[in-house]
Ligand binder design. Structure first.
Ligand SMILES: [Zn+2]
Length: 115
């Protein structure tokens, strides 16, 4: 049973959104960025005051490489350059998962079987 009209239209919409996202960003970066403020090892430093005045903020980009977490600190300028790439990657993966779910639905509804 072929995909119905609504499924074809939805698949077209998802493919276009994926293409548009990739074209806009140009690159895609896996992982996520978190903001960190840190204490250093010097006991007399301001970061050990009460209240503490921590170092940073630092932006730490984290991704998985062969099931291991890899972290790299980014400057404010790098953050500005690369945030769109990270957002694009997340969005494309979401759209791709939606397209996969739609495709699975088509196959699951297909009554044909080998006899
Ligand atoms: Zn310190």
């Amino acid at each position: 049973m072929p995909p119905d009209q609504a499924q074809v239209a939805e698949a077209r919409r998802l493919r276009a959104a994926i293409a548009e996202t990739l074209d806009e960003a140009g690159f895609v970066l896996p992982g996520s960025v978190t903001r960190r403020e840190m204490r250093c090892g010097r006991p007399d430093c301001r970061c050990h005051d009460d209240p503490p005045r921590l170092h940073g903020p630092y932006w730490s980009w984290t991704r998985k490489v062969r099931a291991k977490t890899v972290t790299k600190l980014l400057s404010e300028e790098q953050l500005e350059d690369y945030t769109a790439w990270i957002d694009a990657s997340r969005k494309v993966h979401e759209l791709l998962r939606a397209l996969e779910a739609l495709s699975v639905g088509v196959v699951e509804a297909d009554p044909r079987r080998r006899s």
